[in-house]
Design a protein. Structure first.
Length: 269
């Protein structure tokens, strides 16, 4: 998916579908699970109707483990929600799933269960801090062995290397070192993001110069006004708050999606 889009000069735009807290987590309230199903389906249809490439269905449990682990019920509920979405969208609409914070193998399991297209990896490689205490460590051997064990090698891996969740700062050599590690462990694309557009574009250019064929996805920071300029050298973006009308966690607005995609199409042909 990611590499094919790069070859075809296609920009992949994924809307973030933010769920309610999952059962078994501290902030869960009765009815949240059912609300999450309804919200996910409605948001996915708004994305599809607005012209987006797909979605990333993401748990929002407010507090998270730092390790690659999850209670069974979280992974099971995410799979059910993704399956309900899959039944309501067309075959070309791409679906990703992510159990936060860095629960990569449980996310792969959920993706395998519903034949989803990808998962986003907070730390597939490297090490970063967590706002919930502790350090998040990449464990690519565990991820790759598990993905092979369950026959989920078609689930693509989007590796975050500098952004909202992987806090690496900007150091060109360190950035390219993480890219090199991600490529080595078979990441299908890398994710970057800086709120500073100039720095964001510089990171894109550094990676593109060193890895011309590697798909680069922006992990946020774009809106209708900046989509064309920020995406000029990137292959796609994850879009959250913008599609939600700047109401983070709210419903996705189809009209905003359509306006954003109009800007994207203006640079991708």
């Amino acid at each position: 998916m990611f590499k094919e889009a790069r070859r075809n000069n296609q920009k992949l735009i994924f809307g973030l579908i933010h769920l309610k807290p999952m059962p078994g987590t501290p902030f869960y309230q009765d009815g949240d699970y059912e609300t999450s199903i309804e919200k996910a389906v409605k948001d996915a249809k708004a994305l599809e109707n607005g012209g987006a490439s797909g979605c990333l269905i993401q748990t929002v449990d407010k507090v998270y483990p730092t390790g690659d682990e999850s209670d069974y019920v979280r992974a099971t509920c995410l799979a059910v929600i993704a399956n309900e979405v899959k039944k309501q969208v067309g075959a070309d609409f791409k679906i990703g799933v992510q159990l936060m914070w860095n629960c990569i193998t449980p996310s792969i399991a959920a993706a395998k269960a519903v034949n989803a297209d990808y998962t986003r990896c907070t730390a597939l490689v490297g090490q970063t801090s967590s706002p919930f205490g502790g350090v998040v460590n990449g464990d690519p051997l565990k991820v790759l062995e598990y993905r092979r064990k369950i026959g989920a090698e078609k689930v693509e891996l989007l590796a975050e290397i500098a952004g909202y969740h992987f806090h690496g700062g900007y150091d060109r050599e360190a950035l390219l070192g993480r890219v090199s590690s991600a490529v080595m462990v078979r990441a299908d694309a890398v994710e970057i993001m800086s709120k500073d557009e100039e720095l964001n574009n510089r990171m894109e250019q550094d990676i593109r110069a060193a890895y011309p064929d590697l798909p680069i996805i922006l992990g946020g920071g774009t809106d209708v006004q900046s989509a064309a300029s920020r995406l000029k050298n990137a292959d796609g973006a994850l879009v959250g708050r913008c599609f939600e009308g700047n109401n983070w966690g709210g419903g996705i607005d189809e009209a905003i999606v359509a306006a954003y995609m109009k800007e994207v199409w203006s640079i991708s042909g």
